[in-house]
Design a protein around this ligand. Structure first.
Ligand SMILES: [Zn+2]
Length: 152
C-alpha cells in the first residue's frame, strides 16, 4: 500500500500537538474564560456547567484536528477555530434539575476532653444536576444569604 499522506515539514511539525494535550494555548485560554464565567454565575447563585463547556470545546478542537489530519495528514493548531462556543448554553434553568439542598457544616472545635467534634451549620449547598451529562453542581449559600433571599 502506498502512503499518500505527506509527512509534515519542520514548520508544520512545530504547530502539531498531541490531541490529548490539554496544555495548549487554546485550551488554557478557554479554561480561564469558562472558570471566570462559572465564578460569575455562582456568585449570582445561578448554576453554570463548566464541565460541559470544557468537554464541548475539547470536542470542537478534536473534530477540527481529525478533519485536518484527514485532509493534510497533519494538524495545524494555528488554524483551530473555537470562537463559536456559546457560553450562554451552559447556564439557564432549563439545563439543570434541582436536587435537594444539603447542609454546609463547619467544625467549631472539640467539646470536652477528647470529645466529639462540634459542627455548626454555616449555610447550605444548593445542588443541581446538569441534564446534558449529569454533572453535579453545588452552590454555597451562607445563612445570611438565605435570610436575605427569604425577605425578597
Ligand atoms: Zn454538564
Amino acid at each position: 500500500m502506498v502512503d499518500f499522506i505527506r509527512r509534515p515539514n519542520e514548520e508544520e511539525r512545530r504547530n502539531f500537538k498531541n490531541i490529548m494535550d490539554t496544555t495548549d494555548d487554546e485550551t488554557v485560554k478557554f479554561k480561564k474564560v469558562v472558570e471566570a464565567e462559572e465564578k460569575k454565575h455562582h456568585k449570582n447563585k445561578k448554576p453554570f456547567c463548566a464541565r460541559c463547556a470544557k468537554f464541548d470545546h475539547r470536542d470542537l478542537i478534536k473534530k477540527q484536528i481529525s478533519e485536518m489530519e484527514r485532509t493534510n495528514g497533519y494538524a495545524d493548531w494555528n488554524q483551530i477555530k473555537t470562537e463559536n462556543v456559546n457560553l450562554q448554553e451552559y447556564s439557564g434553568s432549563e439545563r439543570f434539575e434541582q436536587l435537594p439542598d444539603s447542609d454546609a457544616m463547619e467544625p467549631t472545635g472539640l467539646s470536652g476532653r477528647g470529645g466529639l467534634e462540634r459542627k455548626t451549620k454555616i449555610g447550605i449547598h444548593r445542588n443541581y444536576k446538569c441534564k446534558k451529562r449529569g454533572c453535579g453542581i453545588s452552590i454555597f449559600h451562607t445563612n445570611e444569604e438565605l435570610e436575605k433571599e427569604k425577605k425578597k
